[in-house]
Design a protein around this ligand. Sequence first.
Ligand code: ME8
Length: 522
Amino acid sequence: MKEKFYITTPIYYPSNKMTLGNAYTTIVCDALARFNRKQGKDVLYLTGTDEHGQKISQSASALGKSEKQFLDEMVEDTKDLWKLLDISYDKFIRTTDEYHEKAVQKIFAKLYEKGYIYKGSYKGWYCTPCESFWTESQLVNGKCPDCGREVKFQEEEAYFFKLSEFSDKLLKLYEQHPEFLQPKSRVNEMVNNFIKPGLNDLCVSRTSVKWGVPVDFDPKHTIYVWIDALPNYITALGWGSDDDSLFKKYWPADVHVIGKEIVRFHAIVWPAILMALGIELPHVVFGHGWLMFGGDKLSKSKKTNEHECIDPRILAPRYSADAIRYFLYREIPFGYDGNYSTEAFLTRFNADLSNNFGNLVSRTFSMVKKYFNSIIPESYDLTEDDLYLKDYALNEAKEVFKHMEKFDLTKATASVFNIFTEANTYIQKVQPWAVAKTGDEKRLKTILRLLLETIRIGSELFEPFAPVSSRKVLNALGLDNKTFTNLDNINGLENGKELGSLDILFPRLDINAELESLSKLG
Ligand code: ME8
């Protein structure tokens, strides 16, 4: 049986259109999903939307729409965006899907029966127009952080989850499974900021929120936020339904990829819920950093999102999804915060995609065309220069796998580009055009074959990150393999086969002209 790999994004709030920030996580997971598929694994890549709560109702009514109509439109926009960015998710869950709502009610009831959920009362600062509770520390100058109006201290009946009982078990989990929470620095954050000061029980129901899943045995309550959202990772697999075959096959998740601001919920609350239910824990929770723009976190509610120059819906058709994807993997050190700037994006586009990868492919293909009518030449004796490039490429290929094992997409893409850079250096060194003049056909054939093989290896490895351009190159090389093949040798191409034609992969940009035209957009 094939090894399985189950990967998830957070389920995003569709209270507003998805940003490049949400796209970031989805793009990251896509490379991991594609890489694992290319390793021959049976991959399930889950994403979706978190559709309950006051914010959704407010966003819908502000537009004069019902929640359902508003959500359907948002989900359509989200799915269109994922398509535009070549996201290869296998399943999309909506928390308003009936099977999810039923399974969440079942979880709530089960936790209640087992004594992990009890009835108490919730105290906080209530903003009547926003219908939202806030804690003291969330208030801004003593007023509602959303609308700035007066708040009043209020108490309401609510159910609580006994999170406080799980401190020791969680500490033991981090100790026994150091791989559970990554990057490592997040473990100290959890232990020092939350577990050591003492975990509070978690409020898991509200009577004031109408747009939510009702507690079936006490329907004036709706199930609040995390206990509705987190279980999506198991309900999507059919947990709690008549058909739980996917759950049996794919659970536990191999990795939940999330932003750092929700690590607390995934590394504390989620394992506690699973322990309480007696369900196995996910293998890894990876909390990546934030994508920043002009010093601010990119977020749905912030003005930065209104800049069209960072709207992936504008960027992708203009520069290709591959280019956006590559930039994010390469430029934002995976696991840490990183800046998005249009200038850095355009610069990388030219330097890496156009001048390095694109140029390597186009000059090699045009030499094979010029000297050998586009027929893939055979290889003869390798010189020292050839052996150096060969070993270099095969070694970097191994490095890519090591980095991916550690979820280090930034280093993985850097290793792929080391291969392209080295191949370009090799061309300058061995000067095939000069060899052509000497009439040494065997030598010329060997050089060009080695270059084609190096391009093959690089493109194979690049495919999970930049699927469209890499696949074009692989197809032009006559390959239609789905899984990684021949990454430990330079015999992956067929002698005598004709190369397919290739357009320019990444046409070089006039950076100043692009900056000017983008600045007019937003
Ligand atoms: O938190 N940089 O939904 P959400 C990096 N529904 N990642 C970013 C980002 C940025 N600037 N902005 C958003 C929720 N993200 C809950 C999750 S899961 C059971 C429930 C990504 O719409 C990142 O993955 O606010 C972050 O965790 C997520 O979007 C937040 O999405």
